[in-house]
Design a protein around this ligand. Structure first.
Ligand code: NAD
Length: 275
């Protein structure tokens, strides 16, 4: 199974289903990412803050896959926002990953209280201009943060990676993204195991109807909603299961039943508070 790609405003494209490595222990990361690449993932999502870029790089190298076969994202750490720190942080990420360029470089959190993110974004546009980042984007940005960086530079991010799962569907933000050709990427797509998503009736009913697992139903909902999705698992079997979601389709009624689960309730960090 391999995932279809979505076009990005940068002119490149992103595999719609990728593999995230948040909270994957550095000691396990090379093995986990090698497994993910072996089962067929071609999109890896890491961050400097996850402390495992070097091990992701080692797995990419060990896989023997050509550079253009794998889409690689990493993110600027929160304490590197100041203009004088951004360039060095970017170069250290490339070096740790063993790459000459990134497919996507994200500002990890806006940290609006510090109010550096507009200047940080200006520096990001230089990475896109010189080709070291094939696409640039942001993460955890809210509408007013997006408006400010677009007003300041005329350049919208290619992607905004945000918390998104059935009880937190980010409808207003997605409408704004659509107007500005920003692709929405779901983090915590399975709710990070923080609530009983897999036990919800509409998820269970759809899983039974298609003979798949609740996790597969949820991932299918993200894909059919037009989102990029990056589930994480340390276990090879679940990695394969999470990628095996292109052989069935949720009906309009099944999609509507999951749409109806939205409570506008986040389970992860609030972008206005994380710093
Ligand atoms: P997730 O929603 O992907 O949940 C992961 C957990 O779900 C796993 O630890 C496992 O316990 C469970 N799981 C996975 N597959 C399963 C299956 N098939 N059946 C049953 N349980 C299963 O949460 P996440 O890892 O936090 O999010 C995914 C990725 O998003 C991260 O790895 C990271 O790359 C990214 N992320 C980004 C941010 C950000 O601020 N930009 C924040 C959090 C996560």
């Amino acid at each position: 199974a391999s995932a279809p790609s979505l076009a990005l405003s940068s002119g490149t494209s992103i595999p719609q289903l990728g593999f995230g490595v948040f909270l994957v222990d550095p000691a396990d990361t090379q093995r986990v990412v090698e497994d993910a690449l072996e089962v067929g993932y071609r999109h890896i999502d890491t961050a400097t803050g996850y402390n495992n870029e070097k091990e992701v790089g080692a797995a990419l190298k060990a896989s023997g896959l050509a550079r253009d076969e794998v889409f690689v994202t990493t993110k600027l750490r929160n304490d590197h926002h100041k203009a004088r720190d951004v360039e060095g942080a970017f170069e250290r990420s490339l070096e740790a990953l063993g790459l000459d360029s990134l497919d996507l470089y994200l500002i990890h959190w806006p940290m609006p209280a510090n109010d550096f993110y507009v200047d940080t974004w200006k520096t990001f546009t230089s990475f896109a201009a010189d080709g070291r980042a094939r696409a640039i984007g942001v993460s955890n940005f809210e509408i007013d943060h997006l408006e400010r960086i677009i007003d300041a530079t005329g350049q919208a991010p290619a992607v905004n990676q945000v918390e998104l799962h059935p009880i937190f569907q980010q409808r207003a933000l997605r409408e704004f993204h659509a107007k500005h050709s920003i692709v929405t990427e779901s983090w915590g797509p399975l709710g990070q195991g923080k609530y009983d998503l897999f036990g919800m009736a509409s998820i269970q009913v759809a899983a039974a109807a298609h003979g798949v697992t609740p996790a597969q139903v949820v991932l299918r909902w993200h894909l059919q909603t037009g989102l990029v999705v990056i589930p994480k698992s340390n276990h090879r079997e679940r990695m394969a299961q999470n990628l095996d979601v292109f052989g069935f389709e949720l009906s309009a009624d099944e999609m509507a039943a999951i749409d109806a689960l939205d409570e506008n309730r986040r389970v992860g960090g609030n972008p206005l508070e994380v710093n």
